[in-house]
Design a protein around this ligand. Structure first.
Ligand SMILES: [Fe+2]
Length: 252
């Protein structure tokens, strides 16, 4: 079984379309979204309509922006531009798409008895995993969820990264460059972020995604270019805070 892993789409339809056309000829069986379908960008309905009608079975969990937009969370922790974008999105979402967001399950979720998915971290859907310290408590929690599961995929930080629990300690790797491949090794555990489709924050504006091959136990990371300037202009024209468009160009 092969899984297409996407996260943090953030209402960026150009980025999602670019990823889907890149993977057209690649083999995958299911699409997994690690949350944050909406927020920041100008095309929430297009992104949700596209995801909901994909010709493959999909698995999705909610992200913090999905919760605020759908009224599950008030967004008190959001900065003003993020809160503005969330309210802007709520006013424009179709009934079906709002309902879809409201019904998204809370992570962590075990998929096909093979791996765990969560938005922020297995312990807390709203918490970030940036460091080996953040990862350490989450490896303990993964073990409690299912002792046989070796890998958890997470999003939220928008940074493609790999945390590996090895006998010597925790290895932290930032995934940089156009392509990378990771072979999962027996006896180790992994927390892996495929990066963000719609708003990368590693100073690389290209859309980020990964494919997990559960038979080969490999993860392939990839980046896809799209017309970032036109997405930026759409955000400006929509009346959303200009910085939300500007940061796309620098990948922040
Ligand atoms: Fe996000």
């Amino acid at each position: 079984m092969r899984y297409l892993l996407v996260s943090d789409l953030h209402s960026n339809d150009e980025a999602l379309s670019a990823v889907l056309s890149r993977v057209k000829r690649k083999k995958f069986d299911r699409v997994v979204c690690l949350g944050d379908f909406v927020g920041y960008g100008s095309d929430p309905n297009k992104v949700l309509d596209r995801f909901r009608t994909l010709p493959r079975t999909t698995i999705a969990i909610r992200g913090n922006h999905d919760k605020v937009v759908s009224g599950i969370d008030a967004g008190e922790m959001f900065n003003p531009p993020a809160l503005f974008a969330a309210r802007w999105t709520t006013e424009r979402l179709s009934k079906e798409n709002l309902e879809f967001l409201r019904r998204l399950p809370v992570g962590p979720v075990v998929v096909d008895n093979l791996f765990v998915v969560c938005h922020g971290s297995p312990l807390d859907e709203d918490a970030y995993i940036f460091s080996d310290f953040d990862a350490s408590m989450n490896f303990v929690h993964m073990n409690r969820l299912d002792r046989d599961i070796q890998v958890c995929f997470f999003g939220h930080s928008h940074i493609p990264s790999i945390f590996t629990l090895e006998p010597e300690g925790i290895r932290v790797e930032a995934v940089r460059g156009a392509r990378a491949r990771l072979k999962l090794e027996a006896g180790k555990r992994y927390l892996i972020n495929p990066g963000s489709v719609g708003q990368p924050r590693d100073r690389n504006p290209k859309a980020s995604y990964a494919i997990f091959d559960a038979k080969e136990m490999t993860v392939h990371f990839d980046r896809v270019a799209y017309d970032v300037q036109s997405t930026r202009r759409k955000i400006h024209r929509a009346g959303l805070p200009t910085m939300l468009g500007d940061r796309l160009v620098v990948g922040l």
